[in-house]
Design a protein around this ligand. Sequence first.
Ligand SMILES: NC(=O)c1ccc[n+]([C@@H]2O[C@H](COP(=O)([O-])OP(=O)(O)OC[C@H]3O[C@@H](n4cnc5c(N)ncnc54)[C@H](O)[C@@H]3O)[C@@H](O)[C@H]2O)c1
Ligand SMILES: CC(C)[C@H](C(=O)O)[C@@H](O)C(=O)O
Ligand SMILES: [Mg+2]
Length: 350
Amino acid sequence: MPLIAILPGDGIGPEVTSQARRVLEALGLDLQFEEAPVGGAGYLAAGKPLPDATLALAKRADAVLFGAIGDPRFDALERRLRPEAALLAIRRELGLFANLRPATLFAGLEDASALKPEVVAGLDIVIVRELTGDVYFGEKGHRTTMEGLRQGFDVMSYDEGEVERIARVGFEMAKRRKKKLCSVDKANVLETSQLWRDVVNEMSVQYPDIELTHMYVDNAAMQLVRRPTDFDVIVTGNLFGDILSDQASMCAGSIGMLPSASLSAWSGANGMYEPIHGSAPDIAGQGKANPCAAILSAAMLLRHSLVDEASALRIEAAVAAALAKGARTADLGGSLSTSAMGDAVLTELQ
Ligand SMILES: NC(=O)c1ccc[n+]([C@@H]2O[C@H](COP(=O)([O-])OP(=O)(O)OC[C@H]3O[C@@H](n4cnc5c(N)ncnc54)[C@H](O)[C@@H]3O)[C@@H](O)[C@H]2O)c1
Ligand SMILES: CC(C)[C@H](C(=O)O)[C@@H](O)C(=O)O
Ligand SMILES: [Mg+2]
C-alpha cells in the first residue's frame, strides 16, 4: 500500500493539506498516510525545522504532500533554524531538482485574474523551475568590507550537469505539449546564465522538433502579463522560477490555485507535492485559505509518483466543476471557507 507522508507545516499549511487529504481519502484508493511536523512546527516539536524523524518519513514514503512553512516568530533565528531551512533541506536531501509549476486558468476564473479576461482566457502554461541549485545553495554569509561596512553575499552558480538535467525536463515536457520551449535567463549580465544558455542550445540539437526560444528574465516578467498565453513551457533557474511562478499565479486568478511537483527524475519517483504559496500568516487560522492549490498538488502526486492518471484527472475535474458552479474562497472573490471549498470539491468528485 503506497505511503503518503503529509508534512502540513505552518500557518495555512495544515488548513489546506487537511482538505487535500480528505479528497485523497475520498477516492477510495488503498493509501496509507503518516503526518510529521516541519518548519516552525518542527522547531517547536524537536528544536530544528526538519526533525530527523520527519526527514526519515519523507525518504521512506512513496510521495510527500507538503503544506507550507514560515512563521514570523522564527524570522530572527539563525538561518539554519528558520522554517524555510527545512524546505530547502528536504528538496536537497531528496534530490528534487525539477519543480513543475503549472499555471492554468480554470473556466470561470477569468474575472479573478489580475489581467483582462481576454488576455488570460485559455491560459495553460508550465514553469519548469530548477530547484536544488543557483544562488539558493551557493556559499553565503556576512563579512566586513575594507571600509568597515557590513556586507552580505550569496554565490550564484550552476554546473553544466545541473543545467542539462533540468533542460532535459523542459524539452521532454515541451515534447508532450505544444513543442515550444522558452528558456529564461539573464545571459546579458550573468556568467551563470551564459552557461545555462550555452548548455540549453547544445541540447537543442537532440530535440529538432522543439521550437526553442531564449528570453531575458526581465522581458519574460513583462511578457507574462502582456501575452501570457504566448508561452507554453518555460524552463528557468531556481530564483527566476520562484519569482515568475508567483507572478503567473495572478494570471491564473490567485496564488491559491497553483500546485507544484518536485521531482528527482523525469519519471517522478519519490516526489514532493506542494502549493506554490507560503504559510500566509496574514490569514492563517481564519479558515480563509484557498485549498485548491493543495488539492491540485494531490492530483499531481497521483499522476507523477503513483502513476495514476485517472485519479489525478478525477481530482482536477472535481476542482473545475466546483469552480464552474461558482465555488469561491475570498482570494477568488467569494466567501467560502477553506473547508467549505473542500466540501464543494468533494461533492463534485465522480
Ligand atoms: N513553499 C512554502 O512553504 C513557502 C512559499 C512561499 C513563502 N513561504 C513562507 O511563507 C511565509 C509568508 O510569505 P509571504 O507572505 O511572502 O507569501 P505567501 O504565499 O504565504 O502569501 C502571500 C499572499 O498571498 C496570500 N495567499 C497565499 N496563499 C493563499 C491561499 N491558499 N489562499 C488565499 N490567499 C493566499 C496570503 O494571504 C498573502 O497575502 C514566509 O515565512 C515565507 O518564507 C513558504
Ligand atoms: C519558502 C521559500 C524557501 C520557497 C522558495 O523560495 O523556493 C518558496 O518561495 C517557494 O516558492 O516554494
Ligand atoms: Mg516562492
